[in-house]
Write a protein that binds this ligand. Structure first.
Ligand SMILES: [Zn+2]
Ligand SMILES: [Zn+2]
Length: 163
């Protein structure tokens, strides 16, 4: 960003024919660049302080001590607990969403005619286009080994059993 801005600063300087205006532009450009530098240094400093905090927290978790920071450690502990709980909740929600999607895909496959490809209405037994008998919805897990089955597979990836 600052490379880009200093390049831009040079470009603007080259394009400014009037002395007074050029000085004015230079001053505001300079202020902008300095503002950038200050922000960058502030961010770097915050990163380093965060690393120090992390190191102290980890030392405290192992060995205790630093009693002057007890309140902050307790806050960090509480946040870690919340974070773990949310993470677990999120993983479960993702898994449930995946399973629902796969179940829907299985049901769609089951009502799609193997002969003509027509996607039939749910719960019909014969294809409404060609009369071919439609199969049952594929099971979600192998009956032989219990491995999870992706919709539409013909053989179990876990044991090779025909689905
Ligand atoms: Zn059909
Ligand atoms: Zn299997």
């Amino acid at each position: 960003m600052s490379d880009f801005l200093s390049g831009l600063g040079g470009l603007i300087k080259g394009m400014q024919p009037l002395m007074g205006e050029e000085i004015q532009k230079d001053a505001s450009m300079n202020a902008l660049l300095l503002h950038n530098d200050v922000t960058e240094l502030k961010n770097k400093k915050r990163d380093v302080l965060a690393q120090i905090g992390q190191a102290v927290y980890e030392t405290y978790q192992k060995n205790g001590g630093f009693s002057e920071y007890t309140a902050l450690f307790e806050e960090a502990d509480a946040l870690e607990k919340q974070l773990n709980a949310k993470q677990t909740e999120m993983d479960a929600a993702k898994k449930a969403a995946d399973e629902k999607e796969q179940q829907e895909e299985r049901e769609r496959m089951a009502r799609t005619c193997p002969n003509c490809g027509n996607e039939n209405e749910p719960s019909v037994k014969f294809c409404s286009e060609c009369g071919t008998k439609l199969g049952e919805a594929q099971p979600s897990h192998c009956t032989q080994c219990g491995a999870e089955l992706k919709p539409g597979v013909k053989f179990c990836g876990g044991c090779g059993a025909r689905i």
